[in-house]
Design a protein around this ligand. Structure first.
Ligand code: NAD
Length: 247
C-alpha cells in the first residue's frame, strides 16, 4: 500500500498499545514515522523492528522543549513534518469528588496541553508546505459522559474542542485537523478489563489497535482531503449504549 508515500509523521505515545498499532499501519502504507514517547526501551525496540521507515525519539508531550527536540530529530531523519498524531494519553479513574488534584493536573497536562504544544510545534512545517494533517486521539468518553472518568473525560472533551478550533484556525493553510474517538481497545491501558463486558454492544468485542490504525491512515491520506474538524467514533457501537433486550 502506498497511500501515504511522502508522509513524514510524528506520532506520540507510539511505543506501545494503540500508538504502536497506528505506527505499524502508517509504515505499511508508505509513511516515515518518528515515534515519540517517554518509554525509551519499548520505543527503541519498535523502531528497531520496523527498520528504516521509523525512528524513536524521547518525547515528553508536556514539555515544549521536548517537542522542539523531537521536531529537530524528525527533520534530521526524514524532513519536515506533514502528519502529527497526538495519541499519547493517560487515565485515572475516580468520582469527581474524589479526584486527586495532582492527578487532575497530570491528566490535563498529558491529554490536553500535550496535543496543544504538539500542534504549535509542527504548524510552521505544515504552513511552509501549504498542507498537513493533525489527528488527535480523544475517546468515546468525549462523546458521552461516563462514570468515574471526570478528569480523563473532561481532558478528552477539551481535546475534541481544541480539534475543532484548530481546524478553523488552520484550514486556510491547507491543514486538516480531526479527532478519533476510540471505544475500548485492547492495550495496556485496558489490561484487566473483562472482555465479556463488551458483549452487550452492537459489535460484541473489544477493539484492537489495528481498528484505530485503519482510521488514522485514512484520515492521514488524501482520500480525506475534504474532512476537517470531524469526530470519528471507532467504538463498535459503545456510545449507542447496550443492546436493548427483545420484548
Ligand atoms: N485503550 C483504550 O481503550 C482507549 C480508549 C479510548 C481512548 N484511548 C486513548 O488512546 C490513546 C492511546 O492509549 P493506549 O490505550 O494505547 O494506552 P497505553 O497506556 O498503552 O499507551 C499510551 C502511551 O502514551 C505514552 N505516554 C504517556 N505519557 C506520555 C508523555 N507525557 N509523553 C509522551 N508519551 C506519553 C505512554 O508511555 C504509552 O506508550 C490515549 O490517548 C488514550 O487516552 C484509549
Amino acid at each position: 500500500m502506498t497511500r501515504l508515500d511522502g508522509t513524514v509523521a510524528l506520532l506520540t505515545g507510539g511505543a506501545r498499545g494503540m500508538g504502536a498499532g497506528e505506527v505499524r499501519r502508517l509504515v505499511q502504507e508508505g509513511a516515515k514515522v518518528v515515534i515519540g514517547d517517554v518509554l525509551d526501551e519499548e520505543g527503541e525496540a519498535l523502531a528497531a523492528e520496523l527498520g528504516d521507515a521509523t525512528r524513536f525519539v524521547h518525547l515528553d508531550v508536556r514539555d515544549s522543549a521536548s517537542w522542539a527536540a523531537a521536531l529537530k530529530a524528525t527533520h534530521e531523519a526524514f524532513g519536515p513534518v506533514t502528519l502529527l498524531v497526538n495519541n499519547a494519553g493517560i487515565l485515572t479513574q475516580a468520582p469527581v469528588d474524589a479526584t486527586d488534584e495532582a492527578d487532575l493536573r497530570r491528566i490535563y497536562d498529558v491529554n490536553l496541553v500535550g496535543p496543544f504544544l504538539g500542534m504549535q510545534a509542527v504548524v510552521s512545517d505544515m504552513k511552509a508546505a501549504g498542507k498537513g494533517v493533525i489527528i488527535n486521539v480523544a475517546s468515546a468518553a468525549a462523546m458521552v459522559p461516563m462514570p468515574m472518568l471526570a478528569a480523563y473525560a473532561s481532558s478528552k472533551w477539551g481535546l475534541r474542542g481544541l480539534t475543532k478550533c484548530a481546524a478553523i484556525d488552520l484550514g486556510r493553510y491547507g491543514i486538516r485537523v480531526n479527532a478519533v474517538h476510540p471505544g475500548a481497545v485492547r492495550t495496556p491501558m485496558t489490561a484487566g478489563v473483562p472482555e465479556e463486558m463488551f458483549e452487550i454492544y452492537a459489535v460484541p468485542r473489544i477493539g484492537e489497535p489495528e481498528d484505530i490504525g485503519a482510521i488514522v491512515a485514512f484520515l492521514a491520506s488524501d482520500e480525506a482531503s475534504f474532512i476537517t474538524g470531524g469526530d470519528f467514533v471507532v467504538d463498535g457501537g459503545m456510545v449507542l449504549g447496550p443492546l436493548p433486550q427483545a420484548g
